[in-house]
Write a protein that binds this ligand. Structure first.
Ligand code: 5GP
Length: 186
């Protein structure tokens, strides 16, 4: 059932892309040309399905994470801070910890967190007292980018809430680089 839904959603999204191409009113290539180039279309369709499935997974896990956020319980990041589970740490001081993301979205993908959550489950919960740690996190993002050799071009992302696809409710910055970033982001 879920697979069927995913497939139909994928088709819908792919159709939208095709529909929006048609809406540009640019002349379409001859039909025979399109038919003889069937393999690339098929590859494109598979890629489209894969991307959309990944996107649905992220959104579902973000919604599930948001549903339990008010418990205020520890997250996976508390275990990383306590070194109860392994991570590849790239920077640490008394206030923050930076480690490589387990599911990297770029050649360099580092997650930077405050060691003390202090109510900062997400940026949207920030209060005036948090401005010092928020400033420190942003400055540390630059330090990490420098250490990783991506100072010439990198991106800092904070996902906030289910609409922002946040999946771990302990404020964190994503530091991404090592490839050309695109805009707008997904
Ligand atoms: P969010 O989706 O909340 O913005 O980002 C959470 C990030 O934490 C994700 O990119 C995810 O891959 C990463 N992550 C989740 N669990 C672990 C883990 O156990 N170890 C590491 N290193 N990263 C994790």
């Amino acid at each position: 059932m879920a697979a069927a839904l995913t497939n139909s959603f994928s088709l819908l999204r792919c159709s939208c892309v095709i529909g929006s191409l048609a809406a540009t009113k640019r002349p379409l290539p001859p039909l025979s040309f399109s038919l003889f180039r069937a393999p690339p279309v098929s590859i494109q369709s598979k890629r489209c399905t894969r991307l959309i499935s990944a996107s649905i997974d992220e959104e579902a896990s973000a919604r599930a994470a948001a549903a339990s956020v008010d418990s205020g319980g520890p997250t996976i990041f508390d275990k990383i801070i306590a070194k109860e589970i392994p991570s590849t740490i790239v920077y640490e001081d008394e206030k923050v910890l930076a480690f490589r993301d387990i599911n990297p979205q770029a050649p360099v993908h580092v997650v930077l967190i405050p060691k003390l959550r202090d109510g900062l489950t997400q940026l949207g919960k920030a209060e005036p007292r948090h401005s010092v740690i928020l400033g420190h996190l942003l400055y540390t993002a630059k330090v990490v980018a420098e250490k990783e050799g991506i100072l010439d071009g990198f991106r800092v992302v904070i996902n906030n809430g289910p609409g922002g696809c946040q999946s771990v409710y302990h404020l964190h910055l994503h530091i991404l680089g090592g490839r050309q970033m695109k805009w707008p982001p997904g």
